[in-house]
Design a protein around this ligand. Structure first.
Ligand code: Z5A
Ligand code: MG
Length: 215
């Protein structure tokens, strides 16, 4: 019996100003052009529209102060509150393009000094992306792009540590589920490089969804 086809779960990760939001929007419209208006959806973490998301937004804009552990758990809770929506969309055959995910959660909090194992613990068991494309960019180049420096984590030294952590998180992802691309070229070139990895998933997937960071 042929297995049921579901939507693919695609994540774009990267440093600040690496072009994730630009590329996630372009990818969703490309998928919709190929498979129809209701075939793909854009998601973004943090989702600043929920009650938890509003607390995160205030923190990122330096409007409140929170302990590093507390904000880490809020970022994770912000993903968990959307898990049933993610699973329902994937089961309905909708491909999700997600702008940042748990990898950002781990990389930023570990860069601030929290233990790596502690950082991944609350996100264990979230839906595992079928593919994560990491948009690699040096913090020095990122700084030259629009809007850099307005929010709490937009500091070159922290971003350098975050980049190292992203690379080490990626090395632990098996089976080609983590792909890195050079995000310093033009928007069009980056779009092409992303598509090379996403195209095999453009038709959805038949495998069941694994739990993230569950052996
Ligand atoms: N965070 C966390 O700590 N824990 C978590 O669990 C999660 C996140 C999920 C806010 O994230 C912060 O939350 C983030 C990590 C932390 N902190 N930092 N740093 P956010 O995703 O909401 O942040 P944002 O405000 O959307 O910025 P961004 O995502 O970093 O930017 P981007 O989406 O990567 O870039 P962009 O908006 O697409 O492009 C930025 C500018 O560059 C824009 O003017 C573009 O036109 C331009 N651009 C884009 N591509 C190119 C190319 N190829 N060439 C030249 N210019 C370009
Ligand atoms: Mg963005």
């Amino acid at each position: 019996m042929a297995s049921q086809r579901r939507g693919a779960f695609i994540v774009l990760e990267g440093l600040d100003r690496s072009g994730k939001s630009t590329q996630a929007a372009a990818l969703v419209s490309r998928l919709k052009t190929i498979n129809g208006e209701n075939s793909a959806k854009l998601m973004k973490f943090p989702d600043r529209t929920t009650t938890i998301g509003k607390m995160i937004d205030a923190y990122l804009r330096s409007q409140n102060e929170l302990d590093d552990h507390t904000i880490h758990l809020l970022f994770s809770a912000n993903r968990w509150e959307l898990v049933s929506a993610i699973n329902a969309d994937l089961a309905a055959g909708i491909t999700i393009v997600c702008d940042r995910y748990a990898f950002s959660g781990c990389a930023f909090s570990a860069a601030k000094g929290l233990p790596y194992d502690w950082c991944i613990a609350p996100d264990k068991g979230l839906p595992e992306p079928d593919l994560t494309v990491f948009l690699d960019l040096t913090p020095a180049v990122a700084k030259l792009r629009g809007g850099y420096g307005e929010e709490r984590y937009e500091k070159e030294e922290l971003q350098r540590k975050v980049r190292v952590l992203f690379h080490s998180i990626g090395k632990q992802m098996k089976g080609g589920k983590w792909q890195e691309i050079d995000a310093s070229s033009s928007i069009e070139e980056v779009e092409k490089a992303i598509w090379k990895h996403v195209e095999p998933f453009s038709d959805g997937c038949t495998s069941s969804i694994n739990g993230l960071w569950i052996e």
